[in-house]
Structure formats: structure tokens, C-alpha cells
Ligand binder design. Structure first.
Ligand SMILES: [Zn+2]
Ligand SMILES: [Zn+2]
Length: 203
């Protein structure tokens, strides 16, 4: 019997491990797709703006199909568990803010275990206890009521322009090709940004 992997299992496989952070991104994605009546985006139907670059973003990429490579995943380095999803078809967008209590629930026992596990000093028994606590937390995140998990707002949204393909030019210093908008000009010749910076330091 061949069992198709569940979306959650696929997310774990893509991310490399199962963790509460991944569960947060998974849950956010599930809520976004449901509320926007969307499916995983094969092209640029959906746009995601993520405000952190932690574990959950991998679930967002896998579940919603918003990826860096397609240009429909935008990363804003704000350090917040906030995710915005826009549907071009529906011309709608949602801002999903994960409830702070989920992120910062004080659990001194778990904190101590974590320190030991990541510090490499945990016994087998402590490792097992840590795994079990993590698994419980993941289950909780995946199944708690939506209103307890996050706040969802319908927002006005200006869609970013779709990904464009630019011509490349050859850097006159290293000889590598560089997308034209990223190239600089030195002494009338194109240079890539790395070479341009070296130049500023005096090559
Ligand atoms: Zn992780
Ligand atoms: Zn160069």
C-alpha cells in the first residue's frame, strides 16, 4: 500500500525536522488558504509577505507555494510572527498575527531541557522528555481554535509587480554575468556589486 504523505509530513520533509516554529507557519498557511479560498499557488496567484526568516517560513513556502524563487515570497526583516497573504484572483489580502502567548509561554522545565539538549548534556531520558514536550506543543499549535492561535484581519493591499526577467551584462572585472539592474558602472564599464565594493576600497 502506498500512502501519500500528508501536507504536514511534506512540510517536515522539506524543512528537515518537526518543530513548533514549523507548526506555526503550517497553521498560518492553512488559515490563509482557507480564508482566501485558494489552493497552493503554482505561479504567482498568491503573494506572501513574511516578517521573519524562522522555521515557519519553510511551511509557508511548501503549503502556499509562495517561494523565493518565484518572487511571490517577500521577506521583511522585522522579527515578528506576522504573515500577510494576498490573492490576486480574489483581489483580497489578509494579515495574520500569531498570538503572542503561543510564542512566549513560560515553561521553566522545558527551557531547562532545551538548554541541555542543545548544549549536548542531556541524558537519553531528558532527550525523550524534551521530544515529548515538543510533540505536545506541535499538536497544540496545529489543533487549537483559530481565534486562540492568531488574529486575522482583512487589509487593503497593493500587490507587488510580478517577477520580471532582466537582461544580464558581463562584469568587466570578474567576467561573471549580472542582472542589469544590479550592475554598477565604473569608468564606463559594467561591474557587479561585489567588484564595485572592492573598487570602492581601491582596486
Ligand atoms: Zn525548525
Ligand atoms: Zn564582478
Amino acid at each position: 500500500m502506498c500512502m501519500e504523505k500528508t501536507p504536514w509530513e511534506k512540510a517536515i520533509e522539506f524543512h528537515g525536522h518537526s518543530c513548533p516554529g514549523l507548526a506555526i507557519g503550517y497553521r498560518v498557511s492553512e488559515i490563509a488558504l482557507k480564508r482566501l479560498s485558494e489552493m497552493r499557488s503554482p505561479d504567482e496567484e498568491l503573494v506572501a509577505i513574511v516578517e521573519n526568516d524562522a522555521c515557519g517560513v519553510d511551511a509557508v513556502m511548501l503549503i502556499t507555494g509562495c517561494t523565493l524563487g518565484k518572487g511571490n515570497l517577500i521577506y521583511r526583516d522585522l522579527g515578528k510572527q506576522v504573515y500577510t497573504f494576498g490573492s490576486r484572483n480574489g483581489n483580497r489580502a489578509l494579515r495574520i498575527a500569531v498570538n503572542g502567548e503561543i510564542l512566549h509561554r513560560p515553561d521553566p522545565e522545558l527551557a531547562e531541557l532545551r538548554q541541555k539538549v542543545f548544549g549536548g548534556t542531556a541524558s537519553q531520558e531528558e532527550k525523550a522528555r524534551f521530544q515529548a514536550a515538543q510533540a505536545r506543543r506541535i499538536e497544540e499549535i496545529l489543533h487549537m481554535p483559530e481565534e486562540k492561535f492568531c488574529k486575522v484581519e482583512e487589509i487593503d493591499f497593493t500587490f507587488p509587480s510580478k517577477a520580471r526577467i532582466f537582461p544580464s551584462v558581463k562584469c568587466s572585472r570578474c567576467g561573471e554575468l549580472v542582472m542589469e539592474p544590479r550592475a554598477r558602472v565604473r569608468d564606463g564599464k559594467f561591474v557587479c556589486l561585489d567588484c564595485f565594493e572592492d573598487y570602492s576600497r581601491g582596486w
